[in-house]
Design a protein around this ligand. Structure first.
Ligand code: PAF
Length: 285
């Protein structure tokens, strides 16, 4: 197993990728914040299938955390991450410091309307997507990757990144990869480690509720009634709900009957101190 090069500056990243590009090899980028789990590894494996070379970035991006959020305590497990990325066949790991990404005097922010203002995550994390869009734009420009892979678990983030790459004419294909789940349906997340034993036992109800609401809507129940049932089920189980919404899967706009377009159910809720998000497609046959 070849150890990937570990690169920490933009100059070194460009120097490492240049020979691959000269040789006509395609490059896939997997942006991460580390604390890697099987979901991230599935993105790395998909990157290897989509391009000749795969680069993963590991950077806990300060600008996407609000001051009261968990930036300081976000799990940092670089050595274990490197082992997993090596096993997944990643060719290079870009792990810059905050000073490399945001040197003194840094003054640019990429902020969007559209899916970034869908009244979902943005209602509760108003500065989050500008931080995400800014760092992802930088990573795409720094790597000049042909494709970039993001998990569908962060569904609004994926829509924001697609919109940003399109609006900025970035010559990259953005690929969304299916959410990887624990055996009981809980979506894998680096933040699941914050759940205590009792919360972990209840956490799969988030996915089970999405499935139940999706089934009800697919069976013809009024969406508002199905959503109300889902919201109540989560409250009864001790979740503090931020939102449970049915949206257009591409624009994340509010939808009304008759539903003609692909639909997505999205949820965010707190269990104790841990905020969980999840989403699934709603298939109308
Ligand atoms: O999804 C994440 O881990 C982050 O938001 C990303 C895309 C790596 C940007 O920091």
């Amino acid at each position: 197993m070849n150890k990937p090069a570990v690169i920490s500056t933009v100059v070194d990243l460009r120097a490492a990728l240049a020979p691959w590009r000269r040789a006509g090899e395609t490059i896939a980028l997997v942006p991460t914040m580390g604390a890697l789990h099987a979901g991230h590894i599935s993105l790395a494996q998909l990157a290897k299938r989509k391009a000749r070379r795969a680069v993963a970035s590991v950077f806990v991006n300060p600008t996407q955390f609000a001051p009261h959020e968990d930036f300081a305590k976000y799990p940092r497990t670089f050595e274990a991450d490197l082992e997993r990325l090596t096993a997944a066949g990643i060719d290079a790991v870009f792990s810059p410091t905050p000073q490399v990404m945001y040197p003194s005097g840094f003054a640019t922010t990429v902020s969007l309307e559209g899916p970034a203002k869908a009244d979902l995550e943005d209602r509760f994390r108003p500065t989050h997507f500008a931080g995400v869009a800014t760092v992802v734009a930088k990573l795409l420009i720094q790597s000049a990757a042909d494709v970039a892979i993001f998990g569908e678990k962060d569904f609004q983030q994926l829509a924001v990144i697609r919109q940003m790459a399109k609006d900025l004419d970035l010559p990259v294909e953005i690929i969304g990869a299916p959410t990887v789940r624990e055996h009981d349906g809980l979506a894998m997340s680096s933040r699941n480690v914050y759940l205590d034993t009792e919360e972990r036992r209840r956490a799969p109800l988030l996915h089970a509720t999405l499935q139940d609401v999706a089934r009800r809507i697919a069976a013809g129940e009024e969406a508002d009634a199905a959503l109300a049932t889902g919201r109540q089920a989560l409250a009864d189980a001790g979740f503090v709900l931020d939102y449970l919404e049915l949206r257009d899967a591409a624009s994340l706009a509010v939808v009304a009957k008759p539903f003609m377009q692909p639909l997505r159910l999205l949820v965010a809720a707190k269990l104790g101190k841990t905020r969980l998000i999840d989403n699934i497609a709603v298939s109308l046959s």
